[in-house]
Design a protein around this ligand. Structure first.
Ligand code: DAH
Length: 318
């Protein structure tokens, strides 16, 4: 019998004894009552302890997703490989965390967009050849899976512009998946990831932008880096730059080995104007670059195609 059941019986017996009080001589009655009460509280204490001990019993966790009867021992075959987070997603979280620590908000990009956000809102002139440079896919309805995270700039500027009127600034990063219809090889994928940055205030400068980017890359690669810029062309920034870092020695780089990491520049006045921000009062800078490239350098990956391959031998290395 369980301890708790024994105690319940004892309590029942004891309760029966209370009926005898009336037969006890008057001078002994209070002592008799006190003794019964003491025994009763002792039994109740032990019952409480027994109840708690019963709750402490370790119950084996039940995997309700396991394809077998719930209380059966799970065969070893199901515990062979538990799976893990994809390395790109782990790195994505790291990238976002660095920007968040610098005070940036995060807005997610989308997987389907339109001609206006892909081009018009970014100051691409109609029919301009620069539109072809983005190798966009199109759906039959004419929608566009975004070829860069810059498609979100217009939305971010509009959603945050009230902060400017309140004396604040816009500081947002936009991570997202992007798509390009181009020939696939070891350094080009049709599907990859980018992170965009947008900053607007009354008096921001290109120097601040370079400071933020340097800080980001040094945090990401956990070391001091040499950086370099060269002029670039993007319709949505003026001036536009390409931002490079010198490949660190610890990652197999030699002196003078500069790698282009992203495009950036001061936001074109037309882009601000289209989002309802007065370019006579406010200035901004923006940047955007591939996450895959960052990760490939960090882990010495030679072929970008591994990242989207779903190849378990590759994924198990992380
Ligand atoms: N969207 C550009 C690309 O994918 C990169 C870029 C350049 C983003 C300049 C920006 C920028 O925000 O200001 O090639």
């Amino acid at each position: 019998m369980q301890e708790l059941d024994i105690l319940k019986l004892e309590l029942k017996k004891l309760n029966a004894e209370y009926a005898k009080i009336k037969d006890v001589p008057a001078e002994k009655r209070s002592e008799f009552g006190r003794e019964l009460n003491a025994r009763k509280s002792e039994i109740l204490d032990r019952m409480r302890q027994a109840e708690e001990a019963a709750l402490d019993v370790e119950i084996e966790p039940l995997d309700i997703t396991a394809p077998c009867a719930p209380n059966e021992k799970i065969p070893d075959v199901y515990s062979v490989f538990q799976g893990s987070k994809h390395p790109l997603m782990t790195e994505f979280d790291r990238v976002i965390a660095i920007y968040q620590l610098m005070g940036f908000d995060v807005v997610e990009s989308r997987q389907l967009d339109d001609e206006f956000h892909m081009f018009d809102s970014l100051n691409f002139p109609k029919e301009h050849p620069a539109r072809d440079g983005y190798d966009t896919f199109r759906t039959e309805e004419g929608l566009i899976p975004p070829a860069h995270t810059s498609t979100m700039q217009h939305r971010v500027l509009k959603a945050y512009r009230d902060k400017l009127a309140d004396g604040g600034e816009i500081a947002v990063v936009v991570p997202g998946r992007v798509y390009r219809n181009e020939d696939v090889d070891a350094t080009h994928e049709h599907t990859f990831y980018q992170c965009e940055g947008v900053y607007v205030s009354r008096d921001c400068t290109m120097g601040q932008m370079l400071g933020i980017l340097r800080e980001f890359f040094e945090k990401y690669y956990e070391q001091k880096l040499n950086i370099r810029t060269q002029p670039g062309y993007f319709p949505f920034t003026e001036p536009s730059l390409e931002f490079m870092i010198e490949k660190p020695k610890s990652l197999g780089g030699k002196k003078g080995d500069f790698l282009e990491m992203l495009g950036c520049g001061m936001i074109h006045p037309n882009v601000l104007k289209m989002a309802g921000i007065d370019p006579e009062i406010y200035h901004g800078f923006a940047w955007g670059g591939g996450i895959d490239r960052l990760v490939m350098l960090r882990y010495g990956l030679k072929d970008i195609r591994y990242l989207e391959s779903g190849n378990l031998n590759f994924l198990k290395e992380f």
